[in-house]
Design a protein around this ligand. Sequence first.
Ligand code: ADP
Length: 242
Amino acid sequence: MTVLLEVRGLRVVFDGFAAVDGLDLTVEEGELRFLIGPNGAGKTTLVDVVTGLTRPVAGSVRFAGRELVGKREHEVVRLGVGRTFQTATVFEELTVVENLDLAACFRMPLRSLLRRRRGVSDEVAAALAETGLTALADRPAGVLPHGQRRWLEIGMLLVQRPRLLLLDEPVAGMSRAERERTGELLHRVAAARTVVVVEHDMEFLRRYARKVTVLHQGRVLREGSVAEVQADPEVREVYLGR
Ligand code: ADP
């Protein structure tokens, strides 16, 4: 297997407090990896570093053999890393298909944008199908229920053709049915790409996660299947036993 993301000795300090403290993590190409851990474990900070939002004081983040530390957010996106945030960010006044079209523009050179003909491109149609939003293509994003907004957001990443998607709590606030569709969507997305998901919902993890990394106090505490990490006494103490 090819290593796609390799984090070594990562350290992030906020006002003298080490939010990430000597973190090592390896993700192979094609994995669907879940990151869990108690509040404040450093999960979002890790994602922020990978995406160029936060600078570490030490360590490296290699993506497809290139160093990401020191790169700006748009450079990281261009190299093939896409991310969603804890709250959905879609353009409410635009329709579903317009949101996807706009997101597809983000990665295009300006000249090819000028030459673009109107109509739904193949990749936008594919993203609509992959996220299950084809029938809602012309609906304004602002009227979509929470779950569909989050799927649209994932679609907006897909049209930018990332090799790695980082999703921060994608099923938070979703109904049971929406969580199930999201689990299936994540597996579909990961069939052709690499996906790292920050997620708390244990029932969801038991159902959809194969490999889980447990973070605690800014570093990796355990890694393994959901059953393995759940059976670990240290993990139970810091996280699952709450
Ligand atoms: P998690 O996502 O696992 O809940 P975070 O990465 O959000 O954890 O936070 C890790 C620690 O770093 C927490 O103690 C949090 O309060 C702190 N932290 C995160 N971002 C900042 C910031 N911008 N300024 C100061 N402290 C921060």
